[in-house]
Design a protein around this ligand. Structure first.
Ligand SMILES: CCC/C=C/C(=O)SCCNC(=O)CCNC(=O)[C@H](O)C(C)(C)COP(=O)([O-])OP(=O)([O-])OC[C@H]1O[C@@H](n2cnc3c(N)ncnc32)[C@H](O)[C@@H]1OP(=O)([O-])[O-]
Ligand SMILES: NC(=O)C1=CN([C@@H]2O[C@H](COP(=O)(O)OP(=O)(O)OC[C@H]3O[C@@H](n4cnc5c(N)ncnc54)[C@H](OP(=O)(O)O)[C@@H]3O)[C@@H](O)[C@H]2O)C=CC1
Length: 274
């Protein structure tokens, strides 16, 4: 059993897109839990900043420049992590690209840009991590998706299709690798305060208002809340959980189903009966 204060002690995680937002928070949480973290992404500076923050807090971290779309570069990077650290216990597939665009206006290049990062990149990293994880007989892969993977959402056909593919990949490989000690799960955050999502999805005050109105808890998530849920799925408390999705969204997607009528209207109807 692991020490509850340092559940990741002696373990090594790779976090894609670890230079910003949710990826940085998950990497920092893993480092605070005693693990060694390798953060990767395309821009060196934010990665180094994350690694320095983790080291300043007493943890161990490396920054590796990597484009997850490049399968050969991914294979080389993961082999280097194994050589350098001896093992890979966790992979967090967090890197993503996104923008809002109506389906009929999306160009083939726009479709490809998102599918390549989110779906193909996740496969390349999962495949490369599995080389080590299946060999050592243990490992945990966590992919960051979004609830529109199963309910869809206007303006996000590229991202929703890519995230749905990641979910199907997770469930498929969870079964293939279950008896070889490797677990795969997804986490589906709701609207979370990050510079990337803010710029890509709710840059205008009106769109931000609409997003907030869609969340029954009426607020966005902090990156630390997502990281805490991710840490649970990565550590041994979740040893019997595989092929699952943990939704951390303040009730947003359930609200879409339950509140076919806006909640305020439902409450008004209740007032009439009293
Ligand atoms: C609930 C929320 C859930 C999820 C949240 C998140 O994921 S938050 C995470 C958010 N974080 C991030 O997104 C961070 C990372 N984001 C990125 O790297 C970029 O935003 C990227 C995804 C465009 C990829 O960059 P890149 O350098 O590889 O791409 P490029 O510039 O060379 O363009 C490639 C193609 O895309 C086209 N196109 C581009 N923009 C638009 C648009 N607005 N409209 C229409 N089309 C657009 C562009 O025209 C071109 O197609 P063409 O003309 O060749 O047919
Ligand atoms: N914030 C939100 O509201 C929600 C976010 N999510 C998901 O959470 C995850 C993190 O998003 P968030 O933190 O908000 O956004 P960010 O934009 O901060 O994070 C995206 C990260 O992905 C990295 N990245 C992008 N393309 C590549 C690539 N080709 N190779 C390697 N790394 C790449 C970026 O680094 P660089 O540019 O340096 O490569 C960046 O660090 C994503 O999977 C997103 O879909 C899901 C639901 C809601």
């Amino acid at each position: 059993m692991t020490d509850s204060a340092s559940p990741f002690s002696g373990r090594v995680a790779v976090v894609t897109g670890g230079g910003s937002g949710i990826g940085r928070a998950v990497a920092t949480r893993y480092g605070a839990g005693g693990g060694t973290v390798v953060v990767c992404g395309r821009r060196r500076e934010p990665l180094q900043e994350t690694a320095e923050q983790i080291r300043a807090a007493g943890g161990r971290a490396d920054a590796v420049v990597l484009d997850v779309r490049d399968a050969d570069a991914v294979a080389t990077a993961f082999a280097t992590v194994r050589e350098r650290h001896g093992r890979i216990d966790a992979l967090v597939n967090n890197a993503a690209g996104n923008f809002v665009c109506p389906g009929e206006k999306l160009s083939p290049g726009g479709w490809r840009a998102v599918i390549d990062i989110v779906l193909n990149g996740t496969f390349h990293c999962t495949r490369a991590a599995a080389d080590t994880m299946l060999g050592q007989g243990s490992g945990s892969v966590l992919s960051v998706i979004a609830s529109y993977a199963w309910h869809g959402h206007p303006g996000t056909v590229h991202s929703a299709a890519a995230k749905a593919g990641v979910l199907a990949m997770t469930r498929t490989l969870a079964v293939e690798w279950a008896d070889r000690g490797v677990r795969l799960n997804c986490i589906a955050p709701g609207p979370t305060e990050t510079a990337g999502a803010g710029a890509a999805l709710w840059a205008e005050p009106a769109s931000r208002e609409r997003v907030l109105a869609s969340v029954p808890q009426a607020r966005t998530a902090g990156t630390g809340e997502i990281a805490e849920a991710a840490a649970f799925l990565l550590d041994d408390r979740a040893a019997y959980i595989t092929g699952e999705v943990l939704t951390v969204d303040g009730g947003q997607w359930l609200g879409k189903q339950v509140y076919g009528t806006p909640l305020a209207q439902v409450r008004e109807a209740g007032d009439d009966r009293r």
